[in-house]
Write a protein that binds this ligand. Structure first.
Ligand SMILES: [Zn+2]
Length: 399
């Protein structure tokens, strides 16, 4: 039989230990280590070291490879006093991590040394319940869910694309959902615009959307704008949002939004649908192409079919709007590979997805300019005059 004390001493002799002062110095250096807090939740809630990752000891083996994918990255582990972290350091060594240390003295030692610490914001019991399937995904987790709750997404349009996007973003706990739409609910909308219901025909769409979304998730604040985006209001409305989901059905708004998002520096998740075909892409200002890199000018009105003329399979916006919501959540969480410089096209009849690469145009009429030089154009007036015809694929025409 080996006593706990002897066992601990043996473990400590096999691992590397760093002091509180050494840890603080490492953290302020050019290549700070990954700092892992392996205590239990109730301890963590009392306070933690800023910048640390909270992975309770019991979850360490299963979560460490997502948290620290590089096995050669320097890792410092701490617990309350430096004992559990010693065992954890030994485990990480066995998992192939080459540069692991345990902080002697633990969080108590850190506090006693007068070092900076903070208490976490945590999900409430109800939120842990509601978002439990997010919390279980390492790439989201509690920190990711808190990030979503702090996030703001603006939906342009409460129609075919805006409906599924709004429902999923609200269910996901995106804390603020702005919706702009000047229309009222029409019977012909109900074939695809699943935010609305038959008894709300005639009601402003944003009002109907708010009723549906608040019923789904009371955590979410809905900001409703019963107006059209115009050059005079666009910056006031979009500023402060983290991501814009574009479900517009008209060219003037699409171009105005593109230009304004470049000025405000907000990524736009763009979707469009036509009959059986849809497409999704992400325009992230100055990191990839913008809408005008592809289509520098709007087509003349006679070449741009409206949704009423073109028609659309009712399920199609469900697919495309849901893909847009997925991209929005990825952008908010900073995970995965967003569709920047890539256009995903979907054909519902053949059930095929095709990806097209899109390049940024160095001579683009807007994104090549300094944002301060971009002027907004209201195209309704512009299109009333004879204009240059620009070939535009049908898929780009309506939403
Ligand atoms: Zn551009």
């Amino acid at each position: 039989m080996v006593s706990h004390r002897d066992h601990l001493a043996a473990v400590k002799s096999e691992i590397n230990e760093v002091t509180v002062a050494e840890t603080a110095e490492l953290l302020s250096g050019a290549n700070p280590p990954a700092l892992i807090d392996v205590r239990e939740r109730d301890e963590y809630e009392q306070g933690f070291i800023p910048g640390s990752l909270f992975i309770p000891r019991g979850n360490l083996e299963s979560r460490i490879e997502v948290a620290v994918p590089n096995h050669d990255q320097q890792v410092v582990i701490y617990c309350a006093s430096g004992n559990r972290s010693a065992y954890a350091a030994k485990t990480l060594g066995e998992l192939g991590y080459s540069h692991v240390s345990s902080m002697s003295g633990g969080f108590s030692g850190w506090k006693q040394a007068g070092r900076e610490w903070q208490t976490p914001r945590a999900l409430t019991k109800e939120q842990l319940d509601r978002y439990s399937r997010h919390v279980l995904v390492p790439e989201v987790g509690e920190a990711g869910q808190l990030k979503l709750l702090d996030s703001k997404v603006l939906l342009i349009g409460a129609g075919g694309l805006g409906s599924p996007a709004a429902l999923y973003l609200t269910a996901a706990g995106v804390g603020t959902i702005g919706i702009i739409d000047a229309d009222v609910v029409d019977r012909s909308n109900l074939q695809r615009q699943i935010l609305h219901t038959d008894d709300r025909i005639g009601m402003p769409k944003v009002e109907s959307a708010e009723l549906t979304l608040k019923a789904l998730n009371p955590d979410v604040k809905v900001v409703a704008y019963t107006e059209r985006l115009e050059s005079s209001n666009v910056l006031d409305i979009i500023t402060g949002y983290d991501v814009i989901v574009d479900g517009t059905d008209n060219f003037p708004t699409r171009y105005l939004l593109n230009d304004a998002s470049l000025v405000a520096g907000i990524p736009v998740v763009h979707g469009s649908i036509y009959q059986f075909e849809g497409s999704v892409t992400v325009y992230k200002p100055h990191e990839g192409p913008c809408y005008r890199c592809q289509y520098p000018e709007p087509p003349p009105p006679e070449l741009a079919p409206s949704c009423a003329e073109g028609g659309v399979l009712g399920v199609l916006p469900g697919v495309v709007g849901t893909l847009q919501a997925t991209e929005a959540v990825k952008l908010l969480l900073g995970i995965g590979d967003p569709l920047i410089g890539r256009q995903l096209r979907y054909d519902a009849l053949t059930m095929e997805f095709v990806e097209l690469k899109m390049k940024r145009d160095p001579d683009c009429p807007v994104c090549s300019k300094d944002p301060s030089e971009i002027e907004f154009i209201d195209y309704e007036q512009f299109c009333a005059m004879p204009s240059r015809a620009v070939a535009t694929p049908a898929q780009e025409a309506v939403a």
